[in-house]
Design a protein around this ligand. Sequence first.
Ligand SMILES: Cc1cc2nc3c(=O)[nH]c(=O)nc-3n(C[C@H](O)[C@H](O)[C@H](O)COP(=O)(O)OP(=O)(O)OC[C@H]3O[C@@H](n4cnc5c(N)ncnc54)[C@H](O)[C@@H]3O)c2cc1C
Ligand code: SF4
Length: 335
Amino acid sequence: MNKEVLIIGGGITGMQCAISLTEIGIKATIVEKSDKLGGKLNDWYKLFPTFTSASEVINPIKDRVKALGIDVQLNSEVIKLTPTTITLSDHTIINADAIVICSGFDIFDAKRKEEYGYKIYNNVITSVDLERMFCEGKVENLDNDTPKRIAILHCVGSRDEKVCQTHCSRVCCVAGVKQAIELKELYPKSEIFNFYMDIRMFGSGYEELYKEAQIKHNIHFVRGRISEAAQTIDNKIQIKAEDTLIGRPLKMSVDLLVLMVGMSAGKSNKDFANIDGVNQNNNGFIAPKDLFIDSVSSDIDSIFYAGCVTSPKSVGESITEGIAAANKVAKFLKS
Ligand SMILES: Cc1cc2nc3c(=O)[nH]c(=O)nc-3n(C[C@H](O)[C@H](O)[C@H](O)COP(=O)(O)OP(=O)(O)OC[C@H]3O[C@@H](n4cnc5c(N)ncnc54)[C@H](O)[C@@H]3O)c2cc1C
Ligand code: SF4
């Protein structure tokens, strides 16, 4: 077919969408703002719920993109859209018969929750920092010490009206359980406490992982939100919380506090929503045409969406949407 499709974003979703289009016989070009393909998965160590290493998932997909000869333009940020063109940050304009937006999500900036002291106290880190530490094979606190007591705080920058992030990021509950197990395996003598508002284990195998964390690894789950964190004289982090199951306030010193940061809408969404027919929802994610029967379409015939650009999703869900969007594009181009 003599048609060209531009895919914005070379994360797992964009790569899968490009592969599916190429396999159907449609030329796809991936336009990626960073200097490599893979998106956030480049930074994750092992994936829930199976502890499969992220590279085992991402590398075969990168290899397939290469083997199929898919055109990839790196270091190319898309700043503007029309139904048949994209504009890059160097003002180059590229034409296309269809466009698929796979630009993913941004990580919530934990500094916005000042009360937790991220970037103020060294022993307060985020779930993203922890993934990096796992990748580097080093999880230590400020004193290069083995952390003996660790607190993991769920819902940082999600379900929080104060920072205008009212959505649930969906994946952080199970990611918090996964990270707790990984920490416990690394430091079997440590005590780990996950502080949660609700535990949301929506996916296949997630509830089982949550049970395993409690029964096999003796990880403690405390229902309650940490209200503040402060550094003590010996560089520990003192947290104040309320155990809402027993209705009692709680104070505890930990060696490491891990903030489970949420998935925020990508900053490019605003630029994309400058044309009629591409809309944002209340939390800034791109709103699909129909949440039930058309979740990968916009209100413009030639523009489609896939992956976390529309809402927080797991890797499996993102890949599935990449395939779904490719099929929709093919149907549109053949019509
Ligand atoms: C801490 C954490 C841990 C997680 N762990 C797991 C896990 O264990 N298992 C699991 O199933 N899921 C996990 N997830 C979810 C997983 O990261 C997402 O499902 C996945 O990254 C979605 O892929 P994506 O391609 O849609 O988006 P992204 O990974 O965000 O990729 C989007 C790509 O688009 C590019 N881009 C953005 N804007 C532009 C632009 N304007 N122009 C050009 N390119 C652009 C970006 O540079 C990026 O490469 C985790 C999420 C978090 C936050
Ligand atoms: S998935 Fe869990 S930690 Fe993440 S926002 Fe939802 S309830 Fe909070």
